[in-house]
Unconditional design. Structure first.
Length: 161
């Protein structure tokens, strides 16, 4: 029985490349010469640290721009508000979302059911499996899901006949 999975994944190598590009750009910027700034990449988070609120906002703008240029969907990126200490130091974190939350998975599954195509959906953890008798029905589901706007970036993997 033909099937495929709907997932929401972010390529970690692209995130790492974007952070490295941002670091290279900031090393050459005249407004950051002699000041302390840091971009720390963790597994699902990018932490920005700088001397003041303006510099953290600039760091954020550069990192987000590099992420966008590397093809990472902004639906997978969550920006937190900057934390300003009384001494003026500023921190901000950018969270990277992987996987489909259960509420969004239910929304995707109900959208597919409402499309009246002869397919079945199953929510399996952080992905949605779609099965059908006809390959054409599955391709119609992919087209419909791509056309609809969901709160997460979706990809289609494991297409099997």
């Amino acid at each position: 029985m033909p099937s495929f999975d709907i997932v929401s994944q972010v390529n970690s190598m692209e995130i790492e490349n974007a952070v490295n590009q941002a670091k290279k750009e900031l090393a050459n910027r005249f407004d950051f010469k002699g000041s302390k700034w840091e971009i720390i990449l963790e597994k699902t988070e990018i932490k920005l640290v700088a001397d003041n609120e303006y510099k953290v906002a600039t760091l954020n703008e550069i990192v987000i721009g590099k992420l966008a240029k590397r093809g990472i969907s902004m639906k997978s990126v969550e920006q937190c508000d900057p934390d300003i200490s009384p001494l003026g130091h500023a921190r901000q974190s950018i969270k990277i979302k992987n996987g489909i939350e259960s509420a969004v998975a239910k929304e995707i599954a109900s959208f597919i059911r409402d499309s009246k195509l002869k397919v079945t959906t199953q929510i399996q953890g952080d992905e949605v499996r779609v099965q059908g008798k006809s390959r054409d029905d599955l391709q119609a589901v992919i087209a419909a899901v791509r056309a609809h706007e969901f709160p997460v970036a979706v990809q289609f993997v494991n297409f099997r006949d």
